[in-house]
Design a protein. Structure first.
Length: 140
């Protein structure tokens, strides 16, 4: 199988949305397997890939997570394209992912994981609706 880096802007956005959905699915599987730290990680990455889908609308990509999130907050949350409350939720998910991944004695709970997954699910739905609307405008 040959790898290709060619595709349209729409292909990129839709691919990133699918990546977000796959990460969300993984988070749910890990949660059911009582792997809470791993579930927190995948819920965060679901959000991160959804953020990258939004950036893909402008053909933008960031190598560093903090740059992608900071730009998303500046361009889309501060301007209220996405609710400020969602910006705060994303920040919380990022903190929990960091603790889950790097703090030796961090204990993730099922309630915490359920909240992370719910936030990721809500955000992906928002992103998918926004991106599809924007892509229709681009196609016209």
């Amino acid at each position: 199988m040959q790898h290709s880096d060619t595709g349209t802007q729409k292909d990129l956005v839709l691919y990133r949305i699918e990546s977000a959905k796959e990460d969300l699915k993984s988070a749910k599987i890990l949660r059911e397997a009582d792997s809470y730290k791993g579930a927190n990680n995948r819920a965060y990455y679901a959000i991160f890939h959804a953020i990258n889908a939004v950036h893909g609308l402008k053909g933008v990509a960031y190598k560093r997570h903090k740059d992608a999130i900071a730009n998303f907050n500046k361009e889309y949350v501060k301007t209220e394209i996405f609710p400020r409350e969602m910006g705060r939720k994303i920040s919380g998910v990022e903190e929990i992912r960091h603790a889950s991944d790097y703090d030796d004695f961090y204990i993730a709970t099922v309630d915490e994981v359920d909240e992370q997954i719910a936030i990721a699910e809500e955000f992906i739905q928002m992103v998918e609706a926004y991106c599809k609307e924007q892509l229709e405008d681009i196609s016209e």
